[in-house]
Design a protein around this ligand. Structure first.
Ligand SMILES: NC(=O)C1=CN([C@@H]2O[C@H](COP(=O)(O)OP(=O)(O)OC[C@H]3O[C@@H](n4cnc5c(N)ncnc54)[C@H](O)[C@@H]3O)[C@@H](O)[C@H]2O)C=CC1
Ligand SMILES: N[C@@H](CC=O)C(=O)O
Length: 353
C-alpha cells in the first residue's frame, strides 16, 4: 500500500471537499485503489499556511472553523499564505492546486504549478488558468522532472471528458465538439425558465459552490472560453489562446427572451464549440444558442454539462455529467491521483508495510 503526501494550495470549496473525502474514504481507497492520502501542507490566501511533515488530521481540518489567518494557530503554521515556500519545501509527492482561476494570464496558479513540477512534485489541478494558458510549458516541466501534470477537473468537473476522449476514443478521429461547458450559466438559465431573476439565480449558483470566485467569468462566457481552449488544444491538437475564441455569455438574456424561447418550444443554452477546418486549422466559439426542444443538448439541466464529440469513425459521441460542484470536482482530483498511481508513481511515494 502506498501513501501519497499531498500539499493543498487553496482551501476553498474544492480542496475542502477533497479533505472531507480523505477523512471519510481513506480506508476505502487503501483497500480499493491501493493508496491513501496524507495532507502534509495547506496554503490558502485567506487562512494562511501550515506544514506538518507527519500529516494533518483531515477531519480536524474540515471541522475546525478557521478565521482569517487561522492556520497561524496550528503547530508549523503561519497566518500568511507562503505558497512558494510551501510548494517548494513541503515533503509532498503531489501538489493539489485549487486556487482561483485567473482567465487572463493564469497567475498565480501557473507559478504554483511550475514551482511544484520544478521541485519534482506531481501536480493535480482543477484550475483552468494554467491549463488553458500554459499547458505546453507545464507539460514540458513535468516531463523534464519525471513527474505528471494532471487536470481532468479543469473541464466538466469530475466527468472524465479529457481521459475519455483521449484514451477510450483514441483512434476515433475527432473532428470537433460542441457542448454545454459551464454549470453556473446552465443552472442560471434553468432558474430563469422557472421565473427567477438573473441576479438571484447567480446568487443560488454561488451558494451551491458552482460559480467562480468572480461569477462574471461564468455568465460572460470567459470560463467556457478557457474550456474550449483546453479541449481544442488537448483533443484537436490546436494551439489556441483564449483571445482566438469569439466569446459571448448569457448576461444579455432577459426573462422575456427566455419566455419567448419557451413559447416557441425552444431553450437558450450557452454553447462552447470548436471545429477542425478543411485547411487543418481549428476555430472555436462561445455563444448562447436557442435550441429546439428536440436538440440533444436542450434537455441538459442544472449544473450538468454535456459535450458531443464529432468523430470520423463513430459519428457523434455525447458525454454528460456534473460540470460543477465541490465534491464532484474533488473527485476529479482523486481521478488524477489514480492516474498518477496507475502510471507507477508509487515508487516515489512512501511504501507502507
Ligand atoms: N467549484 C467548482 O464546481 C469547480 C471549480 N473549478 C476550479 O477549481 C478551483 C477551486 O474552486 P473552488 O474551490 O470552488 O473555489 P473557491 O473560491 O471556493 O476556493 C479558492 C480558494 O483559493 C484561495 N486562494 C485564492 N488565491 C490564492 C492564492 N494566491 N494562494 C493561496 N490560496 C488562494 C481562496 O482563499 C479560496 O479559499 C478554481 O480554479 C475553479 O475554477 C473547476 C471545476 C469545477
Ligand atoms: N464555475 C464553473 C465551475 C467549473 O469549472 C462552472 O460553473 O461550470
Amino acid at each position: 500500500m502506498t501513501i501519497y503526501n499531498i500539499a493543498l494550495i487553496g482551501f476553498g470549496g474544492v480542496n475542502r471537499a477533497l479533505t472531507e473525502l480523505i477523512a471519510a474514504k481513506n480506508q476505502l481507497w487503501e483497500r480499493d485503489l491501493g493508496f491513501r492520502l496524507n495532507i502534509v501542507a495547506v496554503s490558502d490566501l485567506y487562512l494562511g499556511s501550515v506544514i506538518s511533515p507527519n500529516g494533518l488530521d483531515a477531519k480536524t481540518l474540515v471541522d475546525a472553523k478557521f478565521e482569517k489567518g487561522g492556520f497561524g494557530q496550528l503547530s508549523g503554521g503561519s497566518a500568511e499564505a507562503d505558497n512558494e515556500t510551501i510548494i517548494k519545501t513541503a515533503p509532498a509527492d503531489i501538489v493539489v492546486e485549487a486556487t482561483y482561476t485567473n482567465p487572463n494570464d493564469g497567475e498565480p496558479a501557473v507559478s504554483h504549478c511550475r514551482w511544484a513540477l520544478e521541485t519534482g512534485k506531481h501536480v493535480v489541478t482543477t484550475n483552468k488558468g494554467p491549463v488553458a494558458i500554459a499547458a505546453p510549458a507545464l507539460k514540458a516541466f513535468a516531463k523534464t522532472n519525471g513527474v505528471r501534470f494532471e487536470y481532468e477537473g479543469a473541464v466538466m468537473s469530475g466527468t472524465p471528458i479529457i481521459r475519455m476522449a483521449e484514451r477510450t476514443l483514441a483512434g476515433a478521429e475527432l473532428k470537433g465538439f460542441e457542448g454545454i461547458l459551464n454549470g453556473t450559466s446552465n443552472f442560471v438559465l434553468g432558474r430563469m425558465e422557472s421565473g427567477l431573476d438573473f441576479a438571484s439565480a447567480v446568487k443560488e449558483a454561488q451558494k451551491l459552490g458552482y460559480a467562480e470566485a468572480d461569477p462574471t467569468a461564468d455568465v460572460e462566457g470567459f470560463d467556457v472560453r478557457l474550456k474550449v481552449v483546453i479541449l481544442a488544444n488537448e483533443l484537436l491538437g490546436a494551439n489556441l489562446k483564449p483571445e482566438d475564441i469569439s466569446c459571448k455569455g448569457v448576461s444579455g438574456l432577459s426573462l422575456s427572451d427566455i419566455e419567448e424561447a419557451a413559447k416557441a418550444n425552444s431553450r437558450w443554452k450557452l454553447i462552447g464549440a470548436a471545429v477542425r477546418n478543411d485547411d487543418g486549422s481549428v476555430t472555436g466559439s462561445v455563444s448562447p444558442k436557442r435550441l429546439g426542444l428536440d436538440h440533444p443538448l436542450a434537455g441538459v439541466n442544472g449544473a450538468t454539462n454535456a459535450v458531443s464529440l464529432d468523430t470520423e469513425l463513430l459519428g457523434a459521441v455525447t458525454i454528460t455529467g456534473p460540470g460543477a460542484g465541490r465534491i464532484e470536482t474533488a473527485y476529479a482530483l482523486l481521478s488524477d491521483i489514480v492516474a498518477i498511481h496507475s502510471a507507477g508513481a508509487s515508487s516515489t511515494a512512501k511504501e507502507a508495510a
